[in-house]
Design a protein around this ligand. Sequence first.
Ligand code: PHE
Length: 348
Amino acid sequence: MKNLNEVSKDLTADLKKVISLADLENLQIKYLGRKGLINSLLQSIKKLKPEEKKNFGKKINDIKTAIKHLIEVKQKKLLYIHTQKDFIDISLPGKQYQRGSLHLVTYAIEEISEIFQKIGFIRMTYPEVEWEYFSFDALNMPKGHPARDDFETFFIDVPASRKNGKMILSPHTSSGQVREMIRVGKPPIRMINIAKCYRPNWDTTHTPMFHQFEGLCVDEGINITHLKGAINYFAKEFFAEDREIRLRPAHFQFTEPSFEPDITCGICLGKGEINGIKCRVCKSGWLELAGAGMIHPNVLKAGGIDPDIYTGWAFGFGIERIMMMKEGIKLDDMRILYDGDIRFLEQF
Ligand code: PHE
C-alpha cells in the first residue's frame, strides 16, 4: 500500500516536469511500459496473502486508469500549445537541411574560366538577348545571307532597330567578338566569353538553351599556330594529358581559314578501334570539339580594328557538349542536365 501511495506522489511530481510530447512519452513508458512501475507492482502481488490480493489488484487498476487519464489530459494540453503560433518546443530535434551544390554546368564554367585565366584571358559575359547585328551582320553575314540559316534563331517579338535589326536570343557566343573589340579598342585582346545560347533543337545531343564559350585573341602577328596551341592547351587541361587535337578544314563566314578542331576519343585514344573492333563512341579515333578559325578581316573592321596591322583567332565550344565527352561524366542524353531531377544532380 505504501508503494502505491508513493507511485501517486511521484506521478504528480513527474507530470509537473513534462513540457513536451517527448517528455510525456517517456513518462508513459516509466509508468505504463512493459517494464514500468505499474507492471512491477503487479508482479509483487504474488507475495501478498490471498485476502489482500483482491484489494491490492483493484487499487492498482484504479491507479492505472487514473494515470492513463492524466496522461491524456496532459497530451491534449501539449497538443493545444503546439497549435499556438509562438510556441517553440525546444526539446524537438533540429531540422536537417539537405546539403546543396552547384549545377554541373556551373562547375564546368568555373573550370574553363580558370584554365584560360592561367594564360591571361579575361572572362566576359555578353548579352543573352542580342541584336541581329552583333550575331550576324558584324560577323560577315549580311541580311539574307544563307549562312544565317546555320544558326536557327529565336526572335524576340519587339520592334526592330533600324541600325541593329531584330532582337534575338543569342544563337552563339560569337556576338561577343565584335562587342569585345569595341570595348577594348586597341589590341592586344584576350577574351573568354561564356554565355547562354539558344537554338530551337531538342534531342539527345541538343537542348534549346545551352552554353558556349568563345575564345578571342587579337594582336600583331597572331597566326594559326597560336590558335592550335591554345586549343591544345585547353584540351590537355580540361580532358587529359594524353588527348591530342587536330584542325580539320571547315567553313564559317566570320573566320578565314576556318576549322573544326577534333580531339582524340577518350575511349580508344585515337586508334578508332579496340582489339580489332571499331570504337563504338567515335568510329574514327576523333571527336568533333568546336568551331574555330582566323578572324575574317571584315569582322576586325566591324570591331574598329585595322586588319592590315592586326590578326587574330577565335573559337567557340559548346559547354554541355564537351562535358559529355569528359572522362567520368558519360551522359548519354544531354537533356538530363535540365530536367531538374535532383537524384541526378546531387551526384555531382
Ligand atoms: N559560332 C560558331 C558556332 O556556334 C563557332 C565558331 C566560333 C566558329 C568562333 C568559328 C569561330 O557554331
